[in-house]
Design a protein around this ligand. Structure first.
Ligand code: TXA
Ligand code: MG
Length: 321
């Protein structure tokens, strides 16, 4: 597989018969753009790390922003997240609909750590669009989906917008016509409620249900680049990048390809596999290094394709704290 810009034949699927095909592709680890009532999302099986890594590759994202997980109803979230009282209230009132809730991740959740970019919280949403509902029910697994546009471009509200940006980079687009809302979902972190992004659900409607004003999180870059937050996962020990196993000394070494380590991101040197394994492997190396009273070293990762996002994340993890 090429390190960057994997070529895919992009099918243009239409309902009703195209829905089953879209579900089959998603269950097989494929990338399928589908319409919600807000904008088109670029979906992948949220429990499949390689499929999630391929989302970042297709979008050309230079960093691992956490993604929104889509499910057909609240029951489908059991075992994945925990609901507080406000989360419960907002879900009751506004789902299905253009509201995303950022909730604490359940212990041993089946979600790939790449979905949350290693955060202990995950953004979840139940879209209202009938076609999204039908597709998610058929898939029967949580579907991670950012807006289906290349990184840095505007969100797509029609299937042809998706194709303009992503043809040849995804497996299919399910054409459901134009999105009704055309604006991304409103994002709230509840208990106590903080507004992370204004969107398709009006702030006034949220406040009416909660019975009070909702504070906005005004930290610069809060939602645009959550990877820059201090709360983002960072190992508790020191981390050095671009080190070969032969120079690793007593550290816990994270290998890549031919450069073997105590743990490895990808034995075959595959950047998609490395991205899928990144957060899991960092957690593991952190625990081993803490137990041994040493630090972490990481092999040189080529700075192309998903390697750029991996290096971006490693640089943050290696910054002095
Ligand atoms: O309407 C929408 O929300 C569309 C459709 C496809 O559902 N999706 C969408 O996804 O807009 P995306 O990836 O373009 O934006 C998701 C936003 C990002 O700004 C991300 O930083 C934020 O959600 N986010 C995700 N998980 C988060 C978390 N755990 N904490 C804080 N912010 C989070
Ligand atoms: Mg977006």
């Amino acid at each position: 597989m090429a390190a960057t810009g994997t070529q895919r034949h992009t099918r243009h699927l239409r309902p009703p018969e195209g829905v089953a095909e879209a579900a089959t592709l998603l269950r097989a680890g494929g990338l399928v753009a589908f319409p919600t009532e807000t904008v088109y999302g670029l979906g992948a099986d949220a429990t499949d790390g390689r499929a999630v890594a391929a989302i970042y590759e297709a979008k050309g994202r230079p960093s691992f922003n956490p993604l929104i997980v889509h499910v057909p109803n609240r029951e489908a979230l059991s075992g994945l997240v925990r609901f507080g009282p406000e989360a419960h209230l907002l879900a009751e009132r506004f789902w299905p609909g253009p509201l995303t809730l950022v909730l604490p991740l359940a212990d041993n959740s089946a979600l790939s750590p790449l979905v949350t970019a290693g955060l202990p919280t995950v953004a979840v949403r139940v879209p209202a669009a009938p076609l999204a509902q039908e597709l998610l029910r058929m898939v029967g697994r949580p579907v991670a989906a950012p807006s289906a546009n290349p990184s840095g471009r505007i969100s797509p509200s029609r299937a042809d917008h998706v194709l303009e940006g992503l043809a040849g980079r995804i497996d299919a687009v399910l054409n459901g016509g134009p999105c009704a809302v055309g604006l991304e979902s409103t994002i709230v972190r509840p208990d106590p409620a903080v507004l992370l992004r204004d969107g398709g659900l009006a702030r006034e409607d949220l406040e009416a249900v909660l019975g009070r004003a909702v504070a906005e999180d005004t930290t610069p870059g809060r939602v645009q680049a959550p990877g820059q937050l201090a709360s983002h996962y960072a190992p508790s020990v020191s981390l050095r990048m671009g080190v070969a196993a032969s120079q690793a000394n007593a550290s816990v070494h994270v290998g890549f390809g031919a450069d073997k380590g105590d743990v490895t991101l990808s034995v075959s040197g595959d950047l998609i596999e490395a991205a899928a394994n990144l957060f899991q492997v960092l957690h593991q190396a952190d625990a081993m290094a803490t137990a041994r009273g040493t630090g972490i070293t990481v092999s040189d990762i080529p700075n192309l394709g998903l390697g750029r996002a991996i290096n971006d994340r490693l640089r943050r993890a290696s910054a002095p704290r």
